[in-house]
Design a protein around this ligand. Structure first.
Ligand code: M6R
Length: 613
């Protein structure tokens, strides 16, 4: 949520900052701004709309200087407009600041600052930070910018990733973090900061993850990190784990389409070096030290949001089947404010693509504070959730840029399957023979996904019909109920068509009233244990003249008699149908959105990484 980039060094500022913003646009895109410091003077431009609007506004402007900051916004306080866009300034425009997060006590601070004659020009929570820092700079003779920022942050409740520049402290960026990610890029005679490393990956691969309650001072030649309590820190320089071409579209029209097509590879990558069917073994390096905890676990709580939560719903069935212990799946946003009863032997698994989702982070912290073992299933290496969990497994799906999550879901389910298999073997609840069969099948999935991607033409035809409707219902049972939820979420978030996912049999308890010509029904009916039950549900829709798209298993031609449209997926084990059935639903949503001329990668009102609650 909100993208931040900052630079200190000899390269043309405009190019570095705007290039960085473009890479971060997936984090928010309702307004954008840039500020630079040159010879002790600040220059600032901010506009409503996407980064292209800012590009247009600054075309031809000389924005050279020694340091600069830029921001792409996802509004929390104050509508997206030129004034509310970042960077923000105080009363006398001496400093400029970009911020990601929420200042929870901004109202009280604003009232106090108004009493002290500060003048506010925006409706944002962020502006109080600029005034507070300004006040601390002016009240203390010879006070450094970092001291002023530190003192200001002591008055603040809430979350922040922020970067400040000040005309009286030329050539310097001051950066601080609590709850919102920031990464420092270490170069030669130049240094960077970004909400994530994609902002500057073309210039350096050496990075420092700033931790909560740390503050850094960055110039072109140096950087130093301290805590907000003013203790020195010795930051570890790490290396970016992905390649630049992974954050480019690679010939596809959209990141989402590229990421859908990457899935044969990403599913394979998520089990590479981990799955050994002939030895009936699953080796998950990140969990090796906690085998005893997994073996003695008596209950699992999964927590996540959005698509990751859907992956957890699939996992519930997998774990109940293979591990035979009670499993709960909690929305992180609800869980964090509940009073959960943690019985002995409870293990919490937090699942997140970004590893930065504020609610998921808060949920895991709640469990950790209660002494519960907390594990993570995360995509972004070095992210906060990855660092705060006791142990975990990375997805290795590579950067996911499209706001609609696709490849992360399939990698999450693949990794969660592996954890369930590992636990089943550790606990002895899964026989060697059954485990062997499952492991052989999991390795065949990438090829099976590839065959579904080859059916794109027929999916485009179906999408042209769906693009004209206002509502859609998605139904599934058993392992495929979460896929119905995920299919509906994909359709609504990128095409703005109202869609609901339901357990197929629940339809007759209400939603069946909605079925008409304007509400096509997508039914997941692979040849699994509940196939015949789903067929009965299809009949109920047919009896009400509903139009039905059925996702069925290859070889099932009789289904054509019951369906308006059919998409076939290869045969697999019941537990792996979600990994195949979700692929045509991702493609369907994508092509519906394209047909409706929607901005697929940057759907309205959304942002990729939800770092505010
Ligand atoms: O990064 P996370 O997996 O924690 O994100 C969770 C949700 O915000 C995310 O899945 C969201 O629902 C996506 N837009 C779904 O496509």
């Amino acid at each position: 949520m909100c993208g931040i980039v900052g630079y200190a060094g000899p390269r043309p500022l405009k190019g570095v900052l705007m290039g960085g913003l473009r890479r971060l646009e997936y984090r928010g895109y309702d307004s954008a701004g840039i500020a630079i410091e040159r010879d002790g003077e600040l220059q600032l431009v901010k506009v409503t709309g996407k980064i292209q609007e800012l590009e247009n506004r600054i075309a031809g402007m000389d924005l050279s200087g020694s340091v600069g900051i830029a921001h792409t916004r996802w509004a929390t306080h104050g509508e997206p407009n030129d004034l509310n866009a970042h960077p923000h300034t105080g009363c006398d425009d001496r400093l400029a600041l970009v911020h990601n997060g929420i200042i929870e006590n901004y109202h009280a601070l604003r009232t106090l600052l108004l009493e002290r004659d500060h003048r506010f020009t925006t409706e944002t929570d962020t502006e109080v930070l600029a005034h507070l820092i300004e006040e601390h700079l002016e009240n203390g003779k010879d006070r450094t910018l970092e001291d002023a920022v530190r003192l200001a942050l002591q008055e603040v409740d809430g979350t922040f990733g922020l970067v400040v520049i000040d005309q009286h402290h030329p050539g310097k960026l001051v950066v601080a973090r609590r709850g919102s990610p920031l990464v420092i890029g270490v170069g030669e005679n130049e240094n960077f900061v970004g909400s994530d490393a994609s902002a500057f990956a073309e210039y350096t691969r050496d990075i420092i993850y700033l931790k909560d309650d740390e503050i850094a001072t960055i110039t072109s030649s140096d950087y130093s990190v301290r805590t907000l309590q003013d203790e020195a820190r010795d930051p570890v320089v790490e290396e970016i784990t992905w390649e630049l071409d992974q954050i480019e579209k690679g010939g596809f029209d959209h990141f989402m389409l590229k990421e859908i097509h990457e899935q044969p590879q990403t599913v394979e990558d998520s089990m590479r070096g981990r799955v050994f069917p002939d030895q009936c073994e699953v080796k998950l390096g990140g969990l090796e030290d906690v085998h005893d905890i997994l073996a003695s676990a008596e209950r699992i709580i999964f927590t996540a949001c959005g698509t990751s939560w859907h992956a957890c719903l699939v996992a519930r069935r997998l774990f109940e089947d293979f591990v035979r212990i009670p499993v709960e799946v909690e929305y992180a946003s609800e869980f964090r404010y509940s009073r959960p009863v943690f019985t002995p032997g409870t293990v919490l698994i937090a699942v997140s693509q970004s590893g930065e989702t504020a609610d998921t982070l808060a949920a895991l912290r709640l469990a950790k504070d209660e002494g519960i073992s907390v594990f993570g299933v995360v995509n972004v290496v070095g992210s906060t959730i990855a660092r705060e969990t006791d142990a975990g497994v990375y997805l290795h799906a590579g950067p996911e840029i499209g706001v609609a999550s696709t490849k992360a879901f399939t990698s999450q389910v693949t990794v969660l399957s592996q954890i369930a298999l590992l636990m089943g073997r550790l606990k002895g609840t899964l026989s060697k023979k059954r485990c062997e069969g499952i492991l052989h099948e999991i390795t065949r999935l990438p090829e099976k996904i590839r065959t579904i991607l080859n059916q794109t033409d027929s999916i485009i035809e179906i999408a042209s019909v769906f693009s004209k409707v206002n509502n859609a219902l998605y139904l599934g049972r058993g392992y495929n109920f979460p896929v119905a939820l995920e299919g509906a979420l994909k359709l609504k978030e990128i095409s703005y068509i109202h869609a609901e996912g339901y357990p197929a049999a629940e339809m007759k308890h209400g939603p069946i009233a909605l079925i008409d010509d304007d509400m096509p029904v997508v039914v997941l009916a692979p040849g699994d244990q509940v196939y015949q039950k789903v067929i009965s549900n299809i009949e109920e829709i047919r009896a009400r003249k509903g139009r039905i798209l059925v996702v069925a298993t290859e070889g099932n031609e009789t289904i054509r008699e019951l369906a308006t449209w059919v998409i076939h997926i290869p045969k697999t084990l019941d537990c792996f149908y979600p990994l195949l059935a979700v692929i045509p639903l991702q493609l369907l949503s994508y092509y519906v959105a394209v047909a409706r001329d929607c901005n697929v990668d940057q759907p309205r009102n959304l942002a990729k990484s939800v770092t505010v609650e």
